[in-house]
Write a protein that binds this ligand. Structure first.
Ligand code: SF4
Length: 284
């Protein structure tokens, strides 16, 4: 890892290796904006960020907070384990679309179903950027990349529809090209008591540059939307199917309700039980 001088408290010494123009910069800016507000509140030491594998995962290298670099698709098992073992922690997961909607999709569904109090930000660029351009579960139909040179025949999944169907209590979509709006979503997600999910449209400047399309089609959800209305949230989620090119793309909070927390429904022992006597007997 290359090092440089650390200019401010939240920055690390790591040189940023994202491509110039990468949407991950917008997400990093948004997260920093939220965490800067925390420095006075002395809450930063109780925050743990968990990332997966992919370009998104480097975000933990660039922020001087507690973090855990997990493996592909396993952000949520780590985040859930942390929350169950140390409920006082604020757990913020970062995953790529391959991580969350491919390898880790079962974990995603169960995290939504269980409703642990944690936040997941999905850096959704609809392409595997780190491995140079293969299609992912949210690549549009016809996507041409390294693994689909003639165009993918698959229809993308709609992660917001999936999360609503799985019981998530906070469902939102942001855009890396609007970091101020995204910071507001992350702030609300971290305040939410329950599983908070944000799908972030994050253009991969090098392998799938969607800036122009998103800049033309993204529209912030207005105050007329009631986030407690499940049917309205589902209707909004279905407005864009991650494939149709000309639909308006809503960003903002689609759904937000309170439900009982998983960690309050299960008993977590305060100490690891002493099994030495049992093990000794077993060996005899
Ligand atoms: S390959 Fe794409 S996602 Fe990865 S750093 Fe470059 S622009 Fe960003």
């Amino acid at each position: 890892m290359s090092l440089r001088r650390r200019p401010e408290a939240l920055d690390t010494y790591a040189v940023n290796t994202w491509c110039p123009g990468c949407g991950n910069f917008g997400i990093l800016t948004a997260v920093k904006r939220v965490l800067k507000g925390w420095e006075e509140r002395e809450a930063l030491h109780r925050l743990v960020m968990v990332s997966g594998i992919g370009c998104h995962a480097k975000i933990v290298d660039y922020l001087a907070v507690n973090s855990f670099y997990s493996i592909h698709g396993r952000v949520l098992p780590v985040a859930m384990g942390l929350k169950l073992a140390r409920p006082e922690l604020t757990v913020l997961g970062h995953a790529g679309d391959g991580d969350a909607y491919g390898e880790g999709i079962a974990h995603l569904i169960f995290a939504a179903k269980r409703n642990l109090d944690l936040t997941l930000v999905v850096h959704n660029n609809s392409v595997y950027g780190l491995t140079t351009g293969q299609f992912t579960p949210t690549s549009p139909k016809g996507f041409k990349g390294r693994s689909t040179p003639k165009g993918s025949p698959e229809t993308p999944i709609n992660p917001l529809e999936l999360m609503l169907a799985s019981g998530a209590t906070f469902v939102a979509r942001g855009y890396a090209g609007r970091p101020e709006h995204l910071a507001g979503l992350i702030e609300e997600a971290l305040k939410h008591r329950g599983f908070a999910f944000i799908d972030v449209l994050q253009p991969c400047y090098t392998f799938f540059n969607t800036y122009e399309f998103y800049n033309q089609h993204v529209k912030e959800i207005g105050p007329e939307h009631d986030p407690a209305d499940f049917e309205a949230a589902l209707h909004l989620a279905l407005q864009w199917d991650y494939s149709a090119r000309e639909a308006e793309i809503p960003i903002g909070i689609f759904y937000r309700v309170e439900k009982p927390l998983y960690e309050e429904a299960v008993r977590v022992p305060e100490k690891t039980p002493d099994l030495s006597a049992h093990i000794a007997t077993h060996h005899l």
